[in-house]
Design a protein around this ligand. Structure first.
Ligand SMILES: C[S@@+](CC[C@H](N)C(=O)[O-])C[C@H]1O[C@@H](n2cnc3c(N)ncnc32)[C@H](O)[C@@H]1O
Length: 273
């Protein structure tokens, strides 16, 4: 995997394919609510859309379905994930989908090209989010909008019975920071947009709850693959995950479980006319 930043698919999971499936589960979990809010922010069929940090293409697929008359340009830095997306999207969207392997900070795309840009779970991994926001600003048309969908470490894993995540979360966030990311970036989105020159900045949230979509939708995200991989790589210790693993087993065995989480802080800004 190449590129700077804290997201590297093969360092997240023991099995690369396991990480791909985790990304897919994350998209499915909150797509309906994210699509609703994207539409409310102004995303509409027929627009020329940019998707930054598109990974293996699951979110791209959803955009192509939602917007049957739109073109979607998917920019992805990682050559392996880019190839995955090329294969996955081969029979989806036809010539409406354009896949580019490049950094979002340097896309090579023309000024004033896109009506709407979306970056999902990308900015928290970027060592230089300002450069990325400036590049998206450049390639948006005047009046075009950017929506950044990002997580914040304090809006994860609100459960009953409780999961013991504090030690683990602290460690995982340190690993993200070491790699140049910021797991608490959600709270910085509005100011980033304003300082880049976006106007009419607003913030919404897409929340997922097991009482609404069922506990099964969350199960791939409780997979221990990513944390065991970090233990294997010496990034976190076995004692860091001990209490989490015990509470996770208790949670999975409990008859009555509730789980609420938000991947989706959604910040929107407009490039002035
Ligand atoms: C957590 S994944 C999210 C993928 C997808 N957006 C989704 O929601 O499923 C983050 C993606 O951003 C990509 N990425 C990281 N830095 C990037 C950069 N500078 N330019 C473009 N893509 C980047 C990663 O390779 C990865 O595919």
């Amino acid at each position: 995997m190449v590129g700077e930043g804290s997201y590297k698919a093969n360092t997240y999971n023991l099995e690369f394919e396991g990480e791909i499936q985790r990304l897919k589960a994350q998209v499915l979990l909150s797509w309906e609510k994210e699509a609703r809010t994207l539409t409310w922010f102004g995303l509409a069929d027929g627009m020329n859309v940019l998707e930054a940090g598109s990974g293996p293409g699951f979110f791209t697929e959803k955009l192509l379905e939602l917007l049957p008359n739109s073109s979607v340009t998917a920019v992805e830095i990682d050559p392996v994930l880019h190839e995955k997306a090329v294969a996955y999207l081969q029979d989806k969207g036809g010539d409406r989908v354009n896949r580019i392997q490049a950094s979002v900070a340097n896309t090579g795309l023309d000024d004033n090209t896109f009506d709407f840009a979306i970056a999902r779970l990308l900015f928290l991994h970027l060592p230089d989010p300002v450069a990325a926001a400036r590049e998206i600003f450049r390639i948006l048309k005047p009046g075009g909008k950017l929506v950044i969908i990002d997580a914040d470490g304090d809006l994860f894993w609100l459960t009953d019975p409780p999961l013991s995540v504090e030690t683990l979360k602290k460690k995982l966030n340190q690993v993200t920071a070491l790699r140049g990311g910021n797991a608490y970036f959600g709270r910085h989105l509005c100011r980033l947009l304003k300082e880049t020159g976006f106007v009419s900045v607003d913030l919404e949230v897409a929340v997922s709850h097991s009482d609404i979509i069922g506990i099964e939708a969350f199960e791939p995200l409780l997979d221990t693959g990513p944390i065991l991989q970090m233990v294997k790589q010496g990034l976190i210790s076995e004692s860091d995950i001990e209490s989490y693993l015990v509470s996770r087993d208790e949670f999975l065995a409990a008859g009555d479980r509730r789980l609420m989480m938000s991947f989706g802080l959604m910040a929107c800004g407009e490039k002035h006319q």
